[in-house]
Design a protein around this ligand. Structure first.
Ligand code: HEC
Ligand code: HEC
Ligand code: HEC
Length: 422
């Protein structure tokens, strides 16, 4: 971190501390409690089933389960620019989980980002999106998690850098950034659009990855869903204009969110998880509503692949990129980039190749993609990583070749861009 950024952050920290202190003085700390009776929740089966559906739509398990751990028992380490935050155990274990939490305590965590002991949560828990949840839905999720098997799994301590390790600073952060509703990235008014807005902005918290973040980790709500790279793989622009510019239609989006693969587009990295754990469980009606919201009531027409300049095409076809494609990739993705139905995604007209930012294409090539596990797959096929087989120069040449012939993009990837992602 360079010095100027450090000074800026320090100034912001002092500001946050002052904001926190003033709230502290003005309204006192939100009341908190520890200990107390273990809650016994006897909700009707229908409410528990609805809670399960909503918990899936809200993808609670994605964060509240460690890679090899029990669902909802916590432990997933989330890296932020400010240190590591661990998702907690939310099974009804009285001492490690939320077994003593009432429905009101639970609501306060989802709606206000405040723990039962009165301490603020970090926004790695997306209460910034869940704030829009209706109380009946939060209560149904509560009824569902409270009948899970209690897991005796201790929570990890968060490890944040100063000044972010001061939880109270989050009171200031909430004053600055916690809003009652996240703005819509599309326009519409139909019932499906309204439902879709709730599914995307509140339950599905799509913006937590797809909306750019500011210096203090807040979502830049003036640019909802315009895309952001929190990790190595960027969450692309999924506004109506962004989606249409890469060829997405309502039909392909419905298939993608329901199955993880749609024609020339498959999900990988974090999005694969989102689909497996969350969106593929949506009812057909909710899937349709989500897509109606993404594209708006009047979807823009999907842009066809723009014709490339013949001179650029010829240069691409005779460069080293073509040779590397044939040697390393064509065996699976096909000489003409058409892939293998239900097994290997097509690269011709692939939305990852059509992204202006080459990062996702480069990361897929360098890291490979782990074995996927969609029910529709004929076989479980993984994609190997090519980090050791391709030099920076070769990887850039191959990326440029693919972007030009099947992505309608410019051959502007440099060896330095590849090196930065290794
Ligand atoms: C993107 C990751 C993520 C998702 C999705 C998520 N959580 Fe969390 N949650 C966290 C993290 C991280 C914490 C701990 C934050 C901290 O230490 O301040 C947390 C804390 C909590 C807490 C406070 C528990 C305690 O012991 O302090 C509750 C309750 C909770 N989450 C419930 C839920 C529910 C219910 C859902 C789904 C509706 C959900 N979370 C979805 C990341 C997530
Ligand atoms: C945990 C972070 C995360 C969340 C939450 C998330 N996404 Fe994504 N999304 C990604 C990443 C990373 C990619 C890029 C990888 C890929 O294309 O498979 C992506 C890709 C996509 C794509 C494909 C874009 C393209 O042109 O290839 C669509 C569509 C999409 N997301 C929609 C959604 C919707 C709708 C939601 C909410 C229900 C959502 N995402 C929630 C991280 C996320
Ligand atoms: C052994 C077979 C195999 C080889 C060899 C292979 N791939 Fe893949 N590739 C796959 C599979 C399978 C997927 C789809 C994974 C999924 O469903 O998420 C994939 C996905 C991709 C994606 C993501 C596409 C999307 O829809 O977002 C890109 C980009 C990609 N491959 C590029 C390449 C390049 C470039 C090469 C050569 C350097 C290559 N692949 C070699 C099997 C292969």
């Amino acid at each position: 971190m360079n010095f100027r950024r450090l000074v800026k952050l320090a100034a912001v920290a002092v500001g946050l501390a002052a904001a926190a202190l003033s709230t502290f003085v003005a309204i006192g700390l939100p009341g908190g409690k520890t200990g107390g009776a273990v809650q016994v929740v006897n909700a009707p089966a229908e409410m528990v089933a609805r809670g399960k559906y909503l918990a899936e739509a809200a993808d609670c398990a994605a964060c509240h389960s460690a890679p090899a751990g029990a669902p909802f028992a916590g432990g997933l380490a989330m890296q932020s620019g400010f240190g590591t935050i661990y998702a907690t155990n939310i099974t009804p274990d009285p001492d490690n989980g939320i077994g003593r939490w009432s429905a009101d305590d639970f609501w306060r965590a989802l709606h206000d980002g405040i723990r039962r002991d009165g301490q603020p949560l970090y926004p790695a828990m997306p209460y910034t999106s869940y704030r829009g949840m209706v109380r009946a839905d939060a209560d149904a999720i509560y009824a569902y998690v409270m009948q899970l098997r209690p897991m005796e799994v201790a929570n990890h301590r968060t490890q944040l850098d100063f000044p972010y390790d001061i939880r109270l600073g989050m009171i200031g952060w909430n004053l600055l950034f916690l809003t009652d509703s996240v703005p819509a990235a599309s326009t519409g008014s139909s019932a499906a659009w309204q439902r879709g807005r709730y599914l995307a902005n509140v339950l599905g918290h799509c913006g937590e990855c797809h909306t750019p973040r500011g210096m203090l980790g807040q979502m830049e709500l003036s640019e909802p869903l315009t895309g952001f790279a929190l990790g190595r793989v960027a969450a692309p622009d999924i506004t109506p204009a962004g989606l249409a510019s890469r060829g997405w239609t309502a039909e392909s989006l419905r298939t993608y969110l329901g199955r993880g693969i749609a024609g020339p587009d498959s999900a990988f990295s974090d999005m694969h998880q989102v689909i497996v754990l969350s969106t593929r469980n949506l009812t057909a009606e909710d899937n349709d509503a989500l897509v109606t919201f993404l594209l708006g009531d009047k979807p823009p027409p999907a842009a066809p692949l723009p014709p490339a300049d013949p001179a650029v095409l010829e240069a691409a076809a005779s460069g080293a990129g073509r040779g590397d494609y044939v040697a390393l990739c064509a065996g699976c993705h096909g000489l003409e980039g058409n892939g293998v139905p239900n097994t290997v995604v097509a690269l011709r007209n692939n939305s990852t190749l059509r992204l202006a930012d080459p990062r996702n294409l480069l990361v897929a090539m360098l890291d490979g993609i782990g074995p996927e596990n969609f029910p529709h797959r004929a076989s479980l096929q993984a994609m190997p990583g090519f980090a050791n087989k391709l030099s920076d120069q070769q990887a850039a040449g191959l990326a440029n070749y693919l972007r030009v012939i099947w992505g309608g993009q410019k051959p502007d990837v440099t060896a330095a861009a590849v090196r930065a992602l290794r």
